[in-house]
Write a protein that binds this ligand. Structure first.
Ligand code: SF4
Length: 181
């Protein structure tokens, strides 16, 4: 489990055993999958916008679905299953509209082609992240959402990829200061 969605997050870094708020791993994974699915919907919604296609129901749904991952008061897994499946349905609706208008629909990004699994457990498994180990900094910066820097068997740096740079990573390596227990 890894969740750092709110200010209660463990050690100010992330809840990685169970949520301080009570969220469990399954719900955290389902929420991550929902965000992933919404990225796919957004690709087609953005493409539609370029062609003057705006679907207010899709826009409203997107706000509500994102907000469902921010609150820490409703952890019913079934709720997220419904939202994930609805997101993919709406993505296909937007895709059809964009295609009919002659827009781009051949996105190859994973969120654009996500096919949701059947059961809650399978969906939660789809929401798990992929760990990539590499010493190639351009590869790390281009492919990861979050980067942990290892040195001498310790984690000496942790940052979001969008805030990372080769210089920042090198600084962590040189410091050798452990940042995560
Ligand atoms: S939402 Fe819950 S699990 Fe996520 S960071 Fe906050 S306290 Fe931790």
């Amino acid at each position: 489990m890894f969740c750092n969605q709110c200010e209660q997050t463990a050690k100010g870094i992330g809840c990685n055993i169970a949520g301080v708020c009570g969220k469990n791993e399954e719900v955290a994974d389902l929420q991550d999958l929902l965000i992933h699915a919404l990225q796919g919907l957004a690709l087609f919604a953005q493409e539609g916008r370029k062609l003057g296609i705006v679907d207010e129901a899709v826009d409203l749904f997107t706000y509500e679905a994102i907000f469902s991952t921010l609150t820490n008061v409703d952890f019913d897994p079934e709720r997220f299953v419904v939202l994930i499946k609805r997101t993919v349905e709406l993505r296909e609706v937007m895709k059809a509209k964009v295609a009919a208008a002659g827009g781009k629909t051949n996105f190859t990004e994973a969120p654009a082609t996500l096919i949701p699994a059947g059961s809650v457990a399978e969906l939660a498994a789809q929401g798990k992240g992929v760990v990539m180990i590499s010493s190639e900094m351009p590869e790390l910066l281009g492919m990861c959402d979050r980067i942990y820097v290892m040195g001498e068997g310790k984690i000496v740096g942790e940052m979001l990829a969008k805030e990372a740079s080769q210089e920042k990573i090198m600084k962590c390596i040189m410091s050798q200061e452990e940042v995560v227990a």
